[in-house]
Write a protein that binds this ligand. Structure first.
Ligand SMILES: C[S@@+](CC[C@H](N)C(=O)[O-])C[C@H]1O[C@@H](n2cnc3c(N)ncnc32)[C@H](O)[C@@H]1O
Length: 423
């Protein structure tokens, strides 16, 4: 039933407003229960979070006093998103919201009714006023908008807008198993429209559950963004090299490296549950690697003291380059998070570097667009060493980038790459 969906989506959004991430919020509210209307609930929760800046603006205009019940406020965000983005009849949506409100607070259903009807009466006028407030217009916190503006004075609007799009479903073909033309034929037979981006990458026009993606189970394809697919090429592998993937889970880039070259791969991750996923992915594709649930740190007790030819260091970061996939990030991050991220990123670089062979290469990666986690970390790191040089990276022409910063575009996420060599 529809009102049930609005109610559950509001409960999920309430958790996000309390500071939990979206995945955790789904788990908390749905508690692993099988919910028939899951995709509808997802659409509502993701959509409302994506456009929270806009609905916040409307709520502030329509409601004079603070709403003390966060779940009730969340319900307003959900329904305002639906009114502005779905083809459902507005009055039906309001009636359903009134029923959902009764489940939250019986006495407040008339308040919800009044606010939403007031919105419908003044919708055109209110929408015109959106331009007066950038946080409402672009749906990001004000500090985030200022940060993007400062760092990308020419591209800031595009970057913000791309972050509000629905992300594409991008596949990587395992070129060890088949060529892209053959796979494209398979998709055509299934009527799955797609666009080829290069000879191992394509975008599906309509998202599909992984279980329905042809050849996924047998490792013919993996889900991976075009920007992330650059890593295994940039790191410049040769057969038989000893390679460390030091922050590996869920193993997307590890599998891609194994597809391209016969390497001896060690993949570690400090998160136990996520390490299981590295194994799942490597097994699905029929590869072998040494996978360990270990932490990269200054001691590296797990290391057998054999130097690595290549190290891939895909560090934890703000994920500001992938907000269209993780819509909650822009609301959960705080300005002072960046110092914590960059301190840790520098620490991980310092922990990985001693394991690199002389002449070896380390590829540093983030999925952030902010220089505090990218260029600034690399410059800090380089300053402290004498035996280091940075190698220029040549990006393919279909990658939108400024120097080493890949910027989010229709076809790929935002990532930063720096290739360092030990002299
Ligand atoms: C950006 S993700 C890696 C994505 C992965 N490279 C891929 O392409 O699928 C970062 C990973 O680093 C792991 N991590 C964080 N701190 C770590 C540490 N000190 N040592 C090892 N792994 C760590 C996290 O658990 C997370 O899985």
């Amino acid at each position: 039933m529809m009102f049930h969906s609005q109610f559950l989506a509001a409960k999920i959004l309430e958790q996000v407003l309390l500071g939990k991430n979206l995945d955790k919020s789904f788990q908390l509210v749905l508690n692993n229960k099988k919910v028939e209307n899951l995709s509808e609930i997802k659409d509502m929760a993701y959509g409302a979070i994506r456009e929270l800046g806009e609905s916040n603006f409307y709520i502030n205009k329509l409601v004079k006093n603070k709403i003390h019940n966060l779940c009730l406020e969340s319900l307003l965000h959900i329904v305002l998103f639906q009114i502005n983005n779905t083809r459902s009849n507005n009055f039906t949506l309001v009636n359903q919201a009134v029923d959902a409100a009764k489940k939250i607070d019986l006495k407040k259903s008339s308040f919800i009714n009044a606010v939403l009807r007031n919105f419908l009466r003044n919708k055109d006028n209110l929408q015109k006023q959106l331009n007066e407030n950038e946080s409402a217009k672009y749906s990001y916190p004000k500090w985030w908008i200022e940060k993007v503006k400062n760092q990308y004075p020419k591209n800031w609007q595009d970057i913000l807008n791309i972050g509000n799009q629905r992300p594409p479903l991008t596949l990587r073909i395992n070129s060890k198993k088949l060529i892209i033309g053959e796979y494209s034929e398979k998709l055509n037979k299934q009527g799955a429209e797609h666009t080829l981006l290069n000879d191992e990458c394509l975008i599906l026009k309509k998202p599909l559950d992984v279980k329905k993606i042809p050849g996924f189970d047998v490792g013919e394809v993996s889900v991976q963004d075009l920007g992330a697919q650059l890593a295994a090429h940039i790191i410049d592998l040769k057969n038989n090299q000893k390679v460390l993937d030091a922050c590996s889970a869920p193993g997307g880039k590890a599998c891609h490296m194994l597809e391209l070259n016969k390497i001896q791969l060690t993949a570690i991750d400090s998160d136990k549950q996520r390490t299981i996923k590295i194994n799942d992915n490597i097994n699905r594709q029929g590869f072998t690697a040494k996978v360990m649930n270990e932490e990269l740190n200054i001691r590296n007790k797990w290391w057998d003291k054999e130097y690595f030819d290549r190290i891939l260091l895909d560090v934890p970061c703000s994920a500001s380059g992938i907000v269209r996939r993780h819509v909650d990030i822009k609301w959960l991050r705080r300005v002072n998070d960046f110092k914590k991220f960059s301190d840790n990123q520098l620490l991980l670089l310092r922990a990985a570097w001693p394991m690199l062979k002389e002449g070896g290469k380390l590829l540093y990666i983030t999925c952030s667009i902010f220089e505090e986690e990218n260029r600034e970390v690399i410059e800090d790191f380089k300053k402290s060493l004498s035996n280091i040089s940075e190698i220029d990276i040549k990006f393919p022409s279909n990658i939108f980038h400024i120097k080493n910063q890949v910027l989010p575009s229709d076809n790929h996420d935002g990532l930063f790459y720096a290739l360092l060599q030990k002299n």
